[in-house]
Design a protein around this ligand. Structure first.
Ligand SMILES: [Zn+2]
Length: 128
């Protein structure tokens, strides 16, 4: 049975996002330490799950991917610009990453997980 935690309603998610912003650490650490401080217990980079999610919340059947905008080709994002040199290499690389992201998301959803993607740009304050 799929249990979608009310703790991750869209409102809660955006509240979490706004509180995480502006701390001086990597985005993965920001997200994890915030979740931990809120009392969530989770696994990190668990290879048993497709795509090795950055955070797995087994109790809530929820996984979180924390995506760098460049590596995961975040569309319409100011942090993502295709490099001019080695264009074909990067286009291929990023296309492959995006295809894998999508495949893993579908696999996880089939396993009954709620999949949350947090983008790097969502965690940057507007002053950066
Ligand atoms: Zn982005």
């Amino acid at each position: 049975m799929l249990v979608v935690p009310d703790k991750f309603s869209p409102e809660k998610r955006s509240e979490i996002m706004s509180r995480i912003r502006g701390k001086d650490t990597t985005i993965e650490v920001k997200v994890r330490s915030y979740l931990f401080s809120m009392g969530f217990r989770f696994r990190k980079n668990d290879r048993r799950y497709p795509g090795t999610p950055d955070v797995v919340l087994p109790k809530y059947r929820t996984v979180i991917f924390i995506n760098g905008c460049f590596w995961h080709g975040h569309e319409n994002c100011k942090l993502f610009r295709m490099p001019k040199s080695n264009f074909d290499f990067w286009r291929n690389k990023i296309f492959t990453n995006k295809a894998n992201d999508e495949k893993n998301r579908l696999l996880l959803e089939e396993m009954g997980f709620q999949v949350i993607t947090i983008w790097e740009c969502e965690l940057k304050s507007e002053f950066e």
